[in-house]
Design a protein around this ligand. Structure first.
Ligand code: PMP
Length: 396
């Protein structure tokens, strides 16, 4: 019976969050989980979402079931955000509203399995959930190292050689921007090379887009790889999360899209996505997707959203610069330029597990064991304290 079950280890980040919650120190700093925080350190409500909530409250749609594919206005808006107006209108997309980005990835992986693609390739380090999620549905994953710990940059030769050596019909899982955890993204030239190889070698891509906008400050620019792959005539899957770029973490707002170049087969892909979802969840949650739809449909709120994303990105860049300035001023041993070179929410600091443990035990600074720092957890009140803590663990 149930005593056959093994005890599973909790996710390390959950352990870190628990430690943080139980720490009574007034100086404690949380830079662990990937959540955008306001300058005051609290959770952040996007102004466009605050407005959308008012609109929704004034037009209560009730609580009936929605549509199994998802809320139609949400689907059409999500397509435009990822692919742009023009490509979204071409009729080559099969899309499903999902339980945020994690749900989009899961339904994407299941869809690929249904289509016969179960052999995944993943550059590591990467988001800690991918491997478990791929193996959970019985697919296989091969990893390669796509990041150089010394230069703190993408190790692009390794990416090319994985693409050149993988068997045809393998699936390559990439993040479009603001890579979690490395903050190191591909340049347009590198994406072009990746696209070429995918095409030449008959490989499939999954593009995970969980931080669209937070790299350049412009959601369209951050979707460059998606639109480039579309233009190349590739068939691929896009997994979209609105947790971060609308701050709707708990509402679970996401979408998965399959690009089907021969339009005749779009209904097959579409019905497969819906049938799979029927067996898993039936309907995705409505509230957050309704808020997103209101924003997608209103030119004014879209503008507020654009400004908001641009401001957040600017703030992240400013904090990064501050960290570099303070570490430079402190003459902290080592090279720290990567804090401003990396993009998005995360700084992959390169601090060792021992140094990270000491940040917690001696300075009440909660980063992750792999040295990933959530830049948004820093602000004018704690950035100096944070840098001094780093300085201390690096020196002594
Ligand atoms: N992909 C990446 C790269 C992520 O970092 C995350 C969240 N940390 C997700 C997907 C999924 O996020 P969610 O399910 O909250 O949308």
């Amino acid at each position: 019976k149930f005593n056959r079950l093994e005890r599973e280890a909790p996710d390390p980040i959950v352990q870190t969050m628990t430690l943080y919650a139980n720490d009574p120190s007034p100086n404690k700093v949380d830079v662990s989980i990937g959540v955008y925080k306001s300058e005051k350190g609290g959770s952040y409500l996007f102004p466009c979402v605050a407005e959308a909530k008012k609109v929704l409250a004034a037009n209560d749609p009730g609580h009936n079931y929605t549509n199994m594919q998802g809320i139609p206005e949400f689907i059409s808006g999500a397509r435009k955000v990822a692919f742009g107006e023009e490509y979204a209108a071409e009729g080559k997309l099969a899309s499903l509203q999902t339980i945020s980005g994690t749900g989009a990835l899961h339904m994407g992986f299941v869809f690929l399995r249904e289509a016969g693609y179960t052999n995944f390739y993943l550059g590591v380090p990467s988001w800690s959930n991918y491997i478990g999620m791929i193996e959970f549905i019985g697919s296989k994953v091969t990893t390669f190292t796509h990041y150089n710990e010394k230069t703190k940059k993408i190790e692009f030769d390794a990416v090319v050689s994985a693409l050149e050596s993988a068997p045809a019909n393998s699936v390559f899982l990439f993040q479009t921007c603001c890579h979690n955890p490395t903050g190191a993204d591909y340049s347009q030239e590198q994406w072009k090379k990746i696209g070429q190889l995918l095409k030449q070698r008959d490989l499939i891509a999954v593009l995970d887009t969980a931080y669209q906008g937070f790299s350049s400050g412009d959601k369209d620019k951050d979707a460059w790889a998606i639109r480039h792959f579309y233009e190349l005539g590739l068939e691929f899957v896009v997994c979209q999360s609105f947790s971060k770029n609308l701050g709707l973490y708990g509402e679970r707002v996401g979408c998965v899209h399959a690009v089907v170049q021969d339009k005749e087969y779009v209904p097959n892909a579409q019905s497969t996505l819906v049938a799979n979802f029927r067996s898993e969840c039936s309907f995705a949650p409505a509230y957050g997707a309704r808020l997103a739809s209101i924003i997608f449909q209103s030119p004014e709120l879209k503008q507020v959203w654009d400004n908001d994303v641009a401001e957040i990105t600017e703030r992240l860049k400013t904090i990064r610069k501050k960290v570099l300035d303070i570490l430079t001023e402190l003459k902290t041993p080592g090279k720290w330029d990567h804090v401003v070179e990396q993009e998005g929410l995360f700084w992959y600091s390169g601090l060792t597990p021992v140094q990270n443990d000491r940040l917690i035990s001696e300075h009440n600074v909660y980063s992750t064991s792999i040295g990933r720092v959530n830049i948004a957890g820093l602000n004018n009140n704690n950035v100096e304290y944070f840098c001094k803590a780093i300085d201390e663990v690096v020196r002594n």
